[in-house]
Design a protein around this ligand. Structure first.
Ligand code: BJ8
Length: 425
């Protein structure tokens, strides 16, 4: 696709072309510095480079072609939106990434200044007309997770066609029943959007496809237990980020190819960093594209990241949806059960998250845990304290970091990370 064809497509989507060009230039430079500078990358990382280089190009064209063929596009911000149902309704689902500082001043006209950058980013991208994914959506699905998001959706609903799912805050039987009814309400919203009923056959097929994607990510996650680490944390994060917007079947095939290559590399005793390099588990808030700051700082400080306990990471692939039910209602029950296992910090109590982090660190042979909290994120700030105590009890060195999307604190963070990594060596 030529530059002119790209530009014409973005113009049809009513993007601010000048600001969008500037964004892509910054993104390209950032990607070059953080990704292309890495040594010993897997050959399969070419897929990641290609997807990223065409993130606003070929993938958007595919989505436009799907729309022209009658498909609807659904945008999401959270892993509570069941992709199985979206695909069963014949729609394309895309994650609306929200990982860059963009349109911040505009965003602050709709949300308070002391709102996390993830929220400001999705509001800013929309108001500044910078994101071809948002502009391609026929429906945007929000969810009542943290207070910041749910109040932001009230404002965002003025800008886009929105459906908001109610996510309970506790995990008792009545909460499961509530979420089950929300699954039914989401199914109805999709049926209204497409004019077609979701069938049991379509949902069974979609569940198999989404589970296949999760199985590929689980396989990749398990291979990261090897020492030397067969893939960098940066590339593994990118795999997880891409999982939210690439075609699901292509993604699954490519990740399995990447895993084949990782197995060969492990058998040869090769990796991205020498055996014995300090290994860290990154836990906390999700890191959407292009939020690569902290992984870069960690991996340029003498450590390698071996896992991400995050929604753009293991939390999103840990649980499969039961594929055995044969009738539609039982399949919807299975979806509610699977999604209510997610251990987001928005739940109270949320002790299972502490157990998951300790277990994951052990499985991956992590030498320590770094907790990432996004500035102004209350749920993860609270849990950072609890995770610290749990890691102390598990005998795991721990560093809690709170930061935003800006680079102003990069030097200070690097000093803290280097000091932490030195204690592990
Ligand atoms: S299931 S983690 S994707 S809500 S960083 S916006 S929590 S103030 S992102 Fe999340 Fe779903 Fe939970 Fe996962 Fe609020 Fe915190 Fe901002 Fe956050």
């Amino acid at each position: 696709m030529t530059d002119a064809a790209h530009a014409a497509m973005w113009e049809r989507l009513d993007l601010d072309l000048e600001a969008h060009d500037a964004l892509l230039a910054v993104l390209g430079k950032f990607y070059g510095d953080i990704y292309l500078s890495q040594q010993g990358r897997l050959k399969g990382a070419e897929y990641l480079d290609f997807v990223l280089s065409e993130v606003h190009g070929l993938r958007i064209r595919e989505i436009q072609e799907a729309k022209a063929a009658g498909k609807k596009v659904v945008g999401t911000f959270c892993v509570f939106v069941p992709e199985e149902l979206t695909l069963a309704a014949g729609c394309v689902q895309v994650g609306l990434c929200a990982g860059a500082k963009a349109g911040t001043e505009l965003a602050e006209t709709l949300v308070p200044r002391n709102t996390c950058d993830l929220i400001k980013s999705f509001v800013g991208f929309k108001l500044a007309r910078l994101c071809p994914y948002i502009e391609s959506c026929d429906l945007v699905v929000g969810e009542t997770t943290c207070d910041g998001k749910k109040k932001a959706y009230e404002a965002f609903g003025e800008l886009a066609n929105m459906h908001v799912m109610e996510v309970p805050q506790c995990k008792g039987p009545c909460d499961l029943a509530l979420f089950r009814s929300e699954i039914g309400r989401y199914k109805e919203a999709l049926e209204k959007l497409t004019g077609k009923a979701v069938t049991a056959e379509a949902l069974a097929e979609a569940t198999r496809r989404v589970n296949a994607k999760r199985r590929a990510l689980q396989r990749l996650g398990r291979l990261r237990a090897a020492d030397p680490a067969p893939i960098s944390g940066r590339d593994a994060l990118l795999v997880n980020q891409i999982s939210f917007y690439d075609d699901p079947d292509r993604f699954t095939a490519k990740v399995n190819e990447l895993c084949d290559e990782m197995e060969t590399r492990i058998a040869r005793g090769e990796g991205v960093a020498p055996k014995g390099t300090p290994r860290l588990l990154l836990a906390g808030c999700p890191m959407a594209v292009p939020n690569w700051k902290l992984p870069y700082l960690i991996e340029s400080s003498g450590a390698v990241i071996v896992g991400e306990e995050s929604c753009i990471g293991e939390r999103n692939s840990r649980d499969l949806t039961d594929e055995t039910p044969a009738d539609l209602e039982a399949m919807l029950d299975a979806l509610a059960e699977r999604y209510m296992k997610i251990d987001c910090a928005c739940f109270t109590p949320n002790a299972e998250r502490l157990e998951h982090i300790a277990a994951l660190a052990k499985e991956l042979g992590a030498d320590g845990v770094v907790h990432y909290g996004l500035l102004f994120c209350q749920p993860y700030a609270h849990e950072a304290l609890k995770v610290g105590k749990a890691m102390e009890a598990a005998g795991l060195p721990y560093l809690a970091i709170e930061t935003d999307y800006g680079m102003e604190d990069a030097g200070q963070l690097k000093t803290r990370i280097e000091a932490f990594v030195e204690t592990l060596a």
